[in-house]
Unconditional design. Structure first.
Lengths: 177, 439
């Protein structure tokens, strides 16, 4: 026990000397955001990594959402990650060890498709539908890829940054004009 | 911008339009059932002829759908074969609105999501903002304990509302009046503290909006004295009644593996016997310093969920007693000029204080770049707030992980094979708040 911290610190200093040893997990760059673990997963490894994490104990997918970074295409990401317009953000929870991890996957605007997590975490069904509804990101293999909150015939994706607020005229009936 | 056409209807589609695989997937977690459970599915009239079944709408304005939830039910006789919740009738784009409002104003927006537990919404939003600001460790002790006091009282008022609506849904209509009567006591306290019965915007980044008013301790003690005997009355009126048990026991059963797979949290997950409460397992505020029990069920049915909520009121009262004993003196918000406005008295004497006050309320405060996800235990389960900030005074993206939105996915699994008359009991036991489902 007493030796371990010293060994670790030695290892760490060697790594620093070796330069740019990007911390990683399952071959994906790992960063910390305000003390929270973030794993930057490439789109083609998204399902695979989610499966491996589920085997590691992250058996619960608590949240799945997306961010439209169209105004920040130059945002800071690990060197091996190419920034794209959309990011799908998945928050996983391990209830046996009480730990959380966040997956961030870059999704290009031209091919906004991500494989569905439904087979692994059926609870993502509604969340993926919401992301489709709000951002227009399709989830390949989703059993029910329809809009969930907006009307079926709605045009456009409201949470995209180019969907401006106030574009839909609002009619106030009976109001004095 | 490429437009992708709508890929499917929102409604429950007739069996003839579905392949066998799609039908199975529509049932969702059937994929994860154990073999023993899957064998039981044989009891259900699987794949009946279409002229044997009927698809009916329940809602969106049905009195027991807790707002504007619409369920499409496929029935064979009185048995529910499939069920699909259709939501969005209350969608007002609150996440988009959240991107227009500053971190200072954001509380007014999130507090309207889960209108039965507004203080928990504000709390999670404030905690996420504080984490982004890096001041989450500097919140004064009194603010932490005050937040806990309000959060627990809110849990009580929310569960009392559940007692009222659950009773009403199942025909114990007088229970509705009793539940609301007790909830009103708590809301009256909130009104005294925050000025409003609901939608308080009282918990704010950096602390709270104001200190507790004089005489608050007596008011809380009055509620704590009043409630135990009222809860005893609930036990007499409902818990022990054979009719009540008949309506709830064995209805809407969900297994632990199903609940975990579906992401269900809160009383639904605990009713299956999984001991998981963020207050205990991932303590925030000062929950690690108070004693309380996590109430778990064993059958995962509607009765367990009812009993859990009833006993959680008692546990919350236990926590509130401890908070009363330990409430420290001190400041109710962090004195950080960049985040909280200066004390009112300072504005009269200091030019800088006046400027700070003005700047905070007009421009808001800047939050450093970054993204965080913070989760707390709301009365309905894990409420999470994901904020991505670009360094400006408004969040670049503000997403709320609403427990009701996720929990509502359990409905098809709970209703499967049950009677249409039990559908009301099942919806009621999930206790969804549609303001939060649709956001």
């Amino acid at each position: 026990m007493t030796d371990t911290p010293e060994e670790q610190s030695e290892d760490f200093s060697e790594e620093v000397e070796a330069e740019v040893p990007e911390p990683e997990m399952f071959g994906c760059p790992m960063t910390e955001s305000r003390g929270q673990l973030v794993l930057h997963v490439a789109r083609d490894r998204y399902l695979d990594v989610a499966k491996q994490l589920a085997d590691e104990g992250y058996a619960m997918c608590v949240d799945l959402t997306a961010v439209d970074y169209s105004e920040y295409m130059d945002r800071s990401l690990p060197a091996s990650v190419t920034p794209e317009r959309f990011e799908v953000v998945v928050n996983l929870l391990d209830i046996t060890h009480t730990r959380r991890i966040r997956l961030r996957t870059q999704v290009p605007e031209t091919d906004a498709t991500v494989p569905t997590l439904f087979d692994l975490h059926p609870g993502t069904e509604a969340m993926e539908r919401e992301v489709f509804d709000m951002f227009g990101i399709s989830f390949d293999g989703h059993p029910d890829p329809s809009r969930i909150l907006m009307p079926e015939d709605w045009n456009g994706y409201p949470l995209r940054k180019d969907f401006q607020v106030g574009t839909i005229p609002v009619q106030f009936k009976g109001a004095a004009s | 911008m490429t437009m992708i056409a709508d890929e499917g209807a929102q409604e429950l589609r007739p069996r003839s339009e579905l392949t066998a695989r799609e039908l199975l997937r529509e049932v969702g977690s059937v994929l994860r059932l154990s073999e023993a459970d899957a064998a039981k599915l044989g009891d259900l009239p699987e794949d009946p002829d279409e002229d044997q079944t009927m698809v009916i709408n329940m809602g969106p304005s049905h009195p027991s759908t807790h707002g504007v939830l619409r369920l499409m039910l496929e029935l064979q006789g009185e048995t529910v074969l499939r069920c699909k919740p259709i939501i969005g009738y209350l969608h007002t784009g609150m996440e988009k609105t959240g991107e227009q409002l500053t971190f200072m104003q954001g509380g007014t927006n999130v507090t309207r999501m889960d209108y039965a537990s507004p203080l928990n919404n504000e709390l999670v939003f404030s905690m996420a903002t504080e984490k982004l600001l890096g001041i989450d460790g500097d919140i004064p002790e009194r603010a932490q304990w005050m937040r806990m006091l309000l959060s627990e009282l809110n849990r009580m008022s929310s569960h009392l509302l559940f007692m009222a609506t659950n009773g009403m849904d199942l025909g114990a209509v007088s229970m509705m009046i009793y539940g609301w009567r007790e909830r009103e006591e708590v809301l009256r306290f909130f009104q005294k503290v925050t000025g409003l019965r609901m939608n308080h915007n009282f918990v704010r980044p950096g602390g709270l909006a104001a200190d507790l008013p004089p005489g608050w301790r007596d008011d809380v003690l009055r509620i704590l004295d009043l409630l135990p005997e009222r809860l005893e009355e609930y036990d007499i009126l409902m818990t022990g009644q054979p009719l009540w048990r008949e309506r709830l026991q064995g209805v809407g059963v969900i297994t632990p593996s199903e609940a975990l797979a579906l992401g269900a949290t809160g009383p639904i997950l605990r009713s299956t016997g999984v001991e998981w409460d963020l207050r205990r397992h991932d303590p925030y505020l000062r929950y690690d310093e108070v004693e309380f029990d996590i109430i778990v069920g064993s059958y995962g049915d509607a009765f367990d969920r009812y009993a859990i909520r009833l006993n959680e009121i008692r546990e919350s009262m236990r926590i509130v007693h401890q908070i009363l004993d330990r409430m420290p003196e001190g400041d109710y918000r962090i004195q950080d000029k960049k985040v909280t406005p200066p004390p009112r008295a300072r504005i009269d004497e200091s030019m800088e204080a006046l400027i700070h006050h003005f700047k905070i309320f007009t421009e808001g405060f800047k939050v450093p770049e970054g993204e965080v996800y913070v989760a707390i235990e709301s009365p309905r389960g894990e409420i999470g707030c994901y904020i991505a900030s670009d360094g400006s005074p408004t969040p670049y993206r503000m997403h709320v992980r609403a427990p009701s939105f996720v929990n509502i996915q359990c409905l098809p699994h709970m209703m499967r094979g049950g009677l249409v008359a039990d559908a009301v009991a099942v919806i009621s036991s999930v206790d969804p708040v549609l303001g939060e489902v649709d956001r």
